[in-house]
Ligand binder design. Sequence first.
Ligand code: SAM
Length: 279
Amino acid sequence: MSAAAPTLDPACFNFLSEFVRTKSAIVLEPNKAYLLESRLMPVARQNGLTSLPELVAQLQRPGSQALGRQVVDAMTTNETSFYRDIHPFDALKQHILPELLRNRHKERSLHIWSNACSSGQEVYSIAMLLREHFPELASWKVRLIASDLSSAILEKAKAGVFNQTEVNRGLPMQLLLKYFTRNGLQWQVNAEIRNSVEFMECNLIQNWPTQLPKMDIIFLRNVLIYFDPATKTTVLNKASSLLRPDGYLFLGGAESTMNLAVALDREVIGKATCYRPHK
Ligand SMILES: C[S@@+](CC[C@H](N)C(=O)[O-])C[C@H]1O[C@@H](n2cnc3c(N)ncnc32)[C@H](O)[C@@H]1O
């Protein structure tokens, strides 16, 4: 007979899930105890600890901020891919960017934010789309900003180095050959594309970087699903107030503003759903 799987004691689960929720807004229901164990035991071991109760004790000691960041980083889900859920990118190309280029032809500036950008596939997808289809933007002041809570994942995003599996997910071959350089088993996004992106840390539930300009387009995809409704509402209203009146916001395919008191209207463009500030 096999031994029963070890279970995380409730006090330990409660401390860790509350710690992660306070630092990131990520909600971990009790049925996610296995996730907590499988992701945090490696963090414990890397820090010379042998169990989660020891990790909890360490987190409660003064000066444990770096360990706290590792714990939160480990509990983030970084799943992403190039041109994920293609429809928002089609809407950008066919409708939104042509319209914004007309609306901004005098000021000749455009601000796009890929929020919760994970390892960068989303922002690099946008950067390549701009290069491919809107060459006139080369003479505009374009700020393409990408942010995430996790400094570890931001480092990967900045490096722009992807393995074969990652480039096989959603990236058309002609774009791979045009914008990436092969280095052994890895592919790196060319410097021109990398340098077109400003990477910065931003925790959605803390103060947002003061250098953020008013945005024309915000991608806020596949992160609100981890938050409770009150936090979703707060973050969406903050994002909405950062949008220009004729700007656009995208959420992930499984996300919506339904039942949330937010100042945004839903609009369907082709097969994409986007959200715009109340008129
Ligand atoms: C599933 S990925 C989404 C990546 C990309 N936006 C996409 O849709 O493909 C979720 C990202 O949200 C980030 N995240 C989680 N909580 C966050 C918070 N409070 N503030 C900012 N980013 C957060 C995680 O670090 C992770 O990289």
